[in-house]
Design a protein around this ligand. Structure first.
Ligand SMILES: C[S@@+](CC[C@H](N)C(=O)[O-])C[C@H]1O[C@@H](n2cnc3c(N)ncnc32)[C@H](O)[C@@H]1O
Length: 266
C-alpha cells in the first residue's frame, strides 16, 4: 500500500529542511519528497510520514540520513567546461605560488577532481604546490568523493589524456568502476560542511571557490548568507565561480562580476 504525504506533513518537512539546510522546497517538490522519504519509512517499518517526522526530532544520526536523502547531488566531471578553461588559462598559468581551491557543495567530488586534473597539468611542471578542499552537507557524497571511485558512465566526460594519466580501471569487485589515482587524491581533502553555518577558519583561505549549482535551491536571504559566508574564506583577488543558471544580481555585492558566472573579491 502506498503511503501518502499530506499537505500538512509536507509543510512540516519543508520547514525542517529549511531549518537544517537552508534549502527552500517548492510546492511542486511534494512527490519528490514523498518518494525519497518512502525508503526511510520502509526502513523503519513506519506507517506514516508524521511518525518519521517525530522520529527525526530525537535521532541526530537519522537527521543526517534525512539530509543525505533530500539533497539533490547531480554533477559531472568538467561540468560547464568554460570554468576549467578559465582556471587553466586565466588563473593557474599566471601563478607562481601555492594554489588553494575549495569545491564548496562539491557533491561526489567530480568538480574537485576535474579541477585537480587541471592543476596537475599546469602546476606540476612548474613545481608549484596546490591543494583542493571538497565539502558538502551530504555525508554519503563526501564519502564517495573521498573513495575516488566512480561508475564508468562518467568516463566520456573526461578527456583521453586525463583518463590515461589519472584514472585506473576497476577489476573484480570494482568491475564497472574506475578509480582516481593516489597521486591526484593526495592533494585533496574532504569534509562535511553546512554552508548555512559560519565557514570554519581552520579551512584557511582560497584562491578559487567553486559554488556551483547549489544556490538555485535557496531563496535570496539564504543565497546572500551562503555567498557572503564562503567569501570570508576567499583571498583578495581570488575568484568565485557559480553555476550558469545562477546570478548574484540583487543578492550581494561582496564580489565583483568579471563575466556572467565569474566573480572576483576586491
Ligand atoms: C547539484 S549539486 C552541485 C554539485 C557541483 N557543485 C556541481 O556543480 O556539479 C548541489 C550540492 O549542494 C549540496 N548542498 C545543499 N545544501 C547545502 C548546504 N546547506 N551546505 C552545503 N552543501 C549543500 C547538496 O548536498 C549537493 O551535493
Amino acid at each position: 500500500m502506498t503511503i501518502r504525504l499530506s499537505e500538512r506533513e509536507f509543510e512540516k518537512f519543508r520547514k525542517l529542511i529549511h531549518d537544517v539546510t537552508g534549502i527552500h522546497m517548492k510546492n511542486e517538490k511534494t512527490t519528490l519528497i514523498e518518494s525519497r522519504l518512502a525508503k526511510r519509512l520502509r526502513h523503519f517499518e513506519m506507517s506514516s510520514y508524521s511518525q518519521y517526522y517525530d522520529h527525526l526530532q530525537t535521532d541526530a544520526l537519522e537527521l543526517q540520513v534525512f539530509i543525505n536523502t533530500i539533497t539533490t547531488n547531480e554533477t559531472s566531471f568538467f561540468r560547464e567546461p568554460h570554468h576549467f578553461e578559465f582556471l587553466k588559462n586565466d588563473i593557474l598559468s599566471k601563478r607562481n605560488s601555492m594554489v588553494r581551491i575549495w569545491s564548496a557543495a562539491g557533491s561526489i567530488g567530480a568538480e574537485a577532481y576535474s579541477a585537480a586534473m587541471v592543476c596537475d597539468e599546469v602546476l606540476e611542471s612548474k613545481r608549484i604546490g596546490w591543494e583542493i578542499l571538497c565539502s558538502d552537507i551530504n555525508v554519503d557524497v563526501i564519502n564517495q568523493a573521498q573513495s575516488g571511485l566512480y561508475p564508468n558512465k562518467f568516463i566520456p566526460q573526461i578527456t583521453e589524456r586525463y583518463l590515461k594519466r589519472h584514472c585506473l580501471k576497476g577489476f573484480g569487485q570494482q568491475e564497472g568502476l574506475f578509480i582516481v589515482d593516489d597521486h591526484l587524491r593526495a592533494h585533496l581533502s574532504f569534509r562535511r560542511l553546512n554552508l548555512m553555518e559560519p565557514a570554519p577558519s581552520d579551512i584557511g583561505e582560497f584562491d578559487v571557490i567553486f559554488l556551483r549549482n547549489m544556490l538555485i535551491y535557496f531563496n535570496t536571504p539564504e543565497r546572500k548568507y551562503i555567498v557572503e559566508n564562503v567569501v570570508t574564506r576567499l583571498k583578495k583577488g581570488g575568484y568565485l565561480l557559480i553555476g550558469h543558471s545562477e546570478s548574484l544580481f540583487n543578492v550581494t555585492s561582496c564580489v565583483k562580476q568579471v563575466s556572467p558566472t565569474i566573480y572576483i573579491k576586491l
